[in-house]
Design a protein around this ligand. Structure first.
Ligand code: ADP
Ligand code: MG
Length: 719
């Protein structure tokens, strides 16, 4: 793997040159030529302690080194053309003048053995401290003759310390490292160059040779060399690709290990579906399931019949009918005399699910309870007792259901709605709530934010995935229009006509409080609408900082039709179902993520009438424009997720897992897609043949995967 510190040390057969001590990846930096206690501390502050750390400190980019020349030579070259020429000149600063004024400038004279060049910097006060007579360095920039005198304007300045060699690399690539004020990239480069050859002798591959050959990858030691001292850009890229592969392979091995461990070490109650049970369940659902829904139900039923715990992600657009699928699974557990829970990310949603499920089970013997944060002590203890004794079959609630005092008689299934609010940790807690320590509940995680295929593999590779892609009968996607802020009064005039026809509207703003970066906030916007464009309409407000009871009342009033317009933050993004709401206006639309906008607009047009979504926003950049256009022209959440990934990169999605997965340092999922697939295939084959990486040859690799991902993925060291 890409961790030289994990590699076995060099054998003793390689005796070091007499004057120098042998270097390997564990060698501390102190004592390396030119690294004294002060410099060592400077390295330590960048998190670099050993030679191995230096190897892993890979350049953030490369610069093509301009041809370096003496002042005489550069003067001749400049005289031969009218155009400025890019060159580097190294020498010593002789004189410095600071010229104040509206455009303050620094003028310095740099001298080498043969002549001088004038350096001029405009508006660069920070350089003032660094440019003094006697300082040595390299000036790189566009050189030209001015009045017969060689001059460079705003050159790049690299100071050279006494005795520091900075190799000339004319026409070559110079690695640029993440550095600090006190420790420049050039100095880091110098130290790395000094230890590189020695250090590489101790770097061994943890990836088997056959894999490297199959994937056309270079050896790890070669990769480090190509990265730190590349001959050309292709070299640097080949080195990077190798490290990226190792990183992705570790991630995929971790996912596959997780899968393997779940399958081989965990047991879950078997809940086989029969024709009779299914008929009873379908009879409870007040509509006919679509083919799509049935297909997904059967995928789930198949999992539930196994003795290994289900670990499945169900993704489907807003309004694709995931709840009915959840009910199908919950009732199957109950049919086997077991308990099931449904977790929602907010109180509002939990209430809504509770109501839907209770209504479906109205006349049945299934006993359903709700558990919420702010319950009265007496009510809460009734629920807790019922869950512990088996008096309740189904519990619906928020994360309150994960509390340490909540125990179950025989919990067989947990459905977690809107995955992005629940991470791996929550699932780990759920696992402890099974009937006894040897049995864990099945889990079904549902999300309305489809995860692009690439990311599904890298972030949720330990889950099986089901997708609901079809639209429910009679549903049309809301029409979406993009409107500039200057037209917003027309938007509200139109909204008013819809309200007058008895329809309801959401107005979404980005801020709760006034003054947040000049964005509209709930209270002020509601007040200004009430006094202006929407005078006479009944306007409510809702945001995430209200208590559960307050927001509950607002939602109830809106549902009952005693409010016409609800000014809200993104709290309405998740799941809120108001059939009569047909219009959504989103202010500052450019502030929201594409997937989020898509989620939001899914809140309208859920009844019989078609919905309309108006995005009010001023796109100031090309990308912002492209994003708003994309959301207006596509209604497919899966397509939008892919677009969001392409336009914004995977950062968002990574954050959203909330699992503490360490970030990728080298690999970049927007360009290393194929590499990810390669790593996935290798990891699958690898775990398939060695089980849990238990082959002694994989000992170091296993240690490394566990160190990186063990905690985040709940991998246990059972090998
Ligand atoms: P989501 O996937 O966003 O959770 P829901 O499960 O809330 O979607 O379903 C949206 C609406 O569609 C609900 O009112 C639900 O009752 C209804 N619904 C779901 N499946 C069907 C179906 N097969 N036929 C008719 N209506 C359905
Ligand atoms: Mg839902």
């Amino acid at each position: 793997m890409s961790d030289p510190a994990e590699s076995p040390a060099t054998g003793d057969d390689r005796s070091p040159p007499s004057a120098q001590r042998a270097i390997d990846v564990r060698t501390p930096l102190i004592g390396i030529e030119s690294v004294g206690p002060v410099v060592q501390l400077q390295f330590a502050r960048l998190g670099l302690h050993s030679v191995g750390d230096l190897l892993k400190h890979i350049p953030i980019r490369y610069e093509v080194e301009a041809a370096e020349g003496g002042t005489t030579e550069v003067t001749h070259a400049a005289a031969a053309t009218d155009q400025p020429i890019t060159r580097s000149v190294r020498g010593e600063i002789q004189k410095v003048r600071h010229i104040p004024g509206r455009r303050p400038r620094i003028e310095a004279v740099l001298a080498d053995e043969n002549g001088t060049v004038r350096l001029v910097w405009f508006n660069t006060p920070w350089l003032a401290r660094r440019i003094h007579p006697g300082v040595r360095g390299i000036a790189k920039g566009r050189a030209k003759l001015r009045g017969g005198y060689l001059e460079m304007t705003n050159p790049q300045w690299t100071a050279l310390l006494d005795g520091e060699d900075c190799p000339q690399r004319a026409g070559r690539l110079r690695p640029i490292y993440s550095a600090s004020e006190e420790l420049s990239t050039v100095r880091i480069e110098g130290v790395i160059a000094r230890v590189l050859t020695g250090a590489l002798a101790g770097v061994h591959d943890l990836v088997r040779e056959e894999v490297l050959v199959r994937r056309g990858l270079v050896k790890l030691a070669d990769a480090y060399k190509m990265i730190h001292a590349p001959n050309d850009v292709l070299d640097a890229e080949r080195g990077r690709v190798r490290l990226a592969f190792d990183e992705l392979l570790a991630l995929q091995l971790a996912m596959e290990m997780r899968r393997w461990q779940v399958r081989h070490t965990m047991r879950a109650p078997q809940l086989p579906m029969s024709g009779a049970i299914e008929a009873r369940i379908l009879g409870r659902i007040p509509f006919t399931l679509t083919c799509d829904q049935l297909r997904v139900c059967h995928e789930i039923a198949n999992d539930l019949a196994q003795a290994t715990p289900m670990n499945r992600l169900l993704q489907g657009d807003v309004g694709s009918g995931k709840t009915a699928v959840a009910v199908y699974a919950l009732l199957n557990a109950v049919a086997h005399g077991a308990q099931a829970v449904m977790l929602a990310p907010t109180e509002i949603l939990a209430e809504q699910h509770l109501e839907v499920i209770s209504t479906m089970l109205d006349t049945s013997r299934v006993r359903v309870c709700g558990l919420r944060g702010g319950m009265r002590v007496a009510d809460r203890s009734v629920v807790l007792q019922g869950l512990a004794s088996g008096g309740f079959d189904i519990a619906v609630g928020t994360h309150a259901l994960l509390g340490p005092d909540v125990g179950f008689k025989n919990l067989a299934l947990a459905v977690i709605d809107e995955q992005h609010r629940f991470g791996v940790e929550q699932r780990a807690i759920l696992r402890t709530k099974g009937p006894h320590s040897a049995q864990v509940p099945h889990t079904l995680v549902m999300t309305a934010t489809p995860i692009p295929r690439t990311l599904a593999l890298s972030l949720f590779g330990d889950l099986d995935i089901s997708s609901l892609r079809g639209r429910l009968p009679g549903r049309t996607a809301p029409t979406t229009r993009v409107v500039e802020t200057s037209q917003s009064h027309e938007v509200y005039a139109w909204l008013r006509t819809r309200v007058e026809q008895g329809e309801q509207a959401f107005v979404v703003v980005p801020a709760i409080d006034e003054g947040a970066r000049g964005l509209k906030d709930v209270a002020s916007h509601a007040t200004s609408l009430a006094a202006g464009a929407l005078r006479g309409c009944r306007i409510g407000q809702i945001h995430g900082r209200m208590t559960a009871r307050e927001s509950d009342e607002v939602i109830k009033a809106f549902r009952a039709g005693t409010l016409d317009v609800l000014v809200a933050t993104v709290v309405v993004e998740v799941g809120v179902d108001i059939p009569n709401a047909t219009v959504m206006v989103i202010e500052h639309a450019e502030q929201f993520g594409l997937a989020q906008l898509h989620q939001l607009r899914g809140r309208v047009g859920r009844g019989g009438k078609a919905g309309t979504c108006i995005l009010v926003g001023d796109a100031t950049t090309e990308i912002a424009r492209a994003r708003l256009d994309a959301i207006a022209s596509s209604t497919d959440g899966f397509e939008i997720a892919e677009l969001d990934l392409a336009l914004r990169g995977p950062g968002e999605f990574f954050g959203s897992r909330q699992s503490g997965l360490p970030p990728l340092r080298v690999a970049d999922l927007s360009r290393d897609l194929q590499l990810l697939h390669d790593a996935h295939a290798e990891a699958q084959a690898w775990i398939g043949s060695t089980g849990d990486l238990t082959d002694p040859r994989d000992h170091l690799l296993r240690k490394k995967v566990l160190a990186l991902y063990g905690a985040a993925l709940g991998l246990s060291d059972i090998g």
